[in-house]
Ligand binder design. Structure first.
Ligand code: NDP
Length: 337
């Protein structure tokens, strides 16, 4: 018997500063009948991403803001439970972008089939998915990484960050440095992911800690954090250094503009290249990414972790937890079958 209702998260009000529970509601809704070309998906894993915080604001961006009183969106992997679309059958597993709900009805052309035998399903949201591609394309294409570069990455124990550091290591970096928000994460970076040095940005000024971890300076900075981290990196970068501007999580809940970086003018004399990017511009290289990163995973050369939160009623806890740093690696909500 097919389900008739589904629970989904709606945004009720646009948060100011940190999101509050009253800004959201988990609502039970009727599942619409399938139209031609559509599939009904039972979601099994929901992606929890920093960008979701940005989509709660009513500002023009590369993706439209979430609409109030409508279901929120995000990456999801699930199982097809009914299909009116050619090429998709009950039991197929798919990746799509209409998550934050138990069941999704969508046009099949918005879904990509994924193979549960090739990798655990949650990996298609992280290490082999959107965050993995962000790390791979951001480092290799945007930051123009080359062997011998010394690389610094912030948010280094997170989904994107740990993969950036490991890819730099695998591709012949001279030194890989990471920053993260706890002693356990710092230990993990060095002992499990093979970073040469790591520090806890909460222990003291980032510039001082970076100077100790990278006494000879850096060639590439992969920025997940912005603010003080970016300022420290600009100070440490060599002439012709490159910055992949990936994210600025330090300011996603800020109510005032951040003062740093105060040393941006240094980028002129140092001939720095600071380049923002959005992963969707790199979707054309997904096959190449999948082949290379999939190979490293198969060979045990690339490691990854995921933090699972169980149950759709805990989506918000997962989002706030991720923004507070409670995740190690990709933050995922797992829904029971
Ligand atoms: P993560 O898995 O890295 O989770 C977020 C992490 O950010 C937390 O675990 C926390 O770790 C850290 N953090 C939170 N607040 C701060 C702060 N004030 N200062 C420093 N670190 C902080 O998330 P993702 O890997 O999914 O995303 C990482 C970054 O990449 C984000 O900025 C995101 O917006 C960006 N991104 C950009 C994309 C693009 O296309 N440009 C695509 C995907 C992601 P800790 O314990 O270390 O503080």
């Amino acid at each position: 018997m097919l389900p008739t209702t589904s629970r989904e998260w709606h945004l009720l009000a646009r948060p100011k500063g940190w999101p509050k529970p009253e800004d959201f509601a988990l609502r039970e809704v009727e599942i619409p009948e399938l139209g031609p070309g559509q599939i009904l998906v039972r979601n099994l894993f929901l992606s929890v991403d920093p960008a979701m915080r940005g989509r709660m604001n009513d500002v023009k961006s590369y993706t439209p803001p979430f609409k109030l009183n409508e279901p929120m969106e995000g990456g999801a992997v699930g199982r097809v439970v009914a299909s009116e679309a050619d090429g998709f059958a009950e039991g197929d597993h798919v990746l799509h972008w209409l998550g934050w709900r138990e069941y999704t009805v969508l046009d099949a052309r918005g879904a990509t089939r994924v193979d549960p035998d090739a990798a655990p399903l949650s990996a298609y949201l992280g290490v082999l998915g959107m965050t993995g591609l962000t790390a791979w394309a951001g480092l290799l294409d945007v930051a123009s990484f080359k062997p011998g570069d010394a690389v610094f990455v912030s948010g280094a124990a997170g989904a994107v960050g740990n993969q950036v550091g490991q890819i730099a290591r695998l591709k012949g970096a001279s030194r890989v440095i990471g920053s993260a928000g706890s002693a356990e994460k710092v230990k993990l970076l060095v002992e499990e992911y093979g970073f040469d040095a790591a520090f806890n940005y909460k222990d003291g000024p980032v510039a001082e800690q970076l100077a100790k971890a990278a006494p000879d300076g850096i060639d590439v900075y992969f920025d997940n954090v912005g603010g003080e981290h970016l300022e420290a990196a600009i100070g440490a970068l060599h002439t012709h250094g490159r910055v992949a501007m990936c994210g600025a999580i330090a300011q996603y809940n800020a109510t005032e503009p951040t003062p740093a970086p105060r040393n941006l003018a240094l980028s002129i004399g140092k001939r720095l290249r600071l380049q923002g990017f959005i992963v969707i511009d790199h979707f054309g290289k997904r096959d190449e990414f999948f082949a290379e990163v999939g190979g490293w995973l198969r060979d045990g050369k690339l490691k990854y972790r995921e933090t699972f939160v169980e149950g759709i009623e805990h989506n918000l806890d997962a989002l706030l937890g991720m923004l507070r740093g409670e995740n190690t690696g990709k933050m995922v909500v797992a829904l029971p079958e």
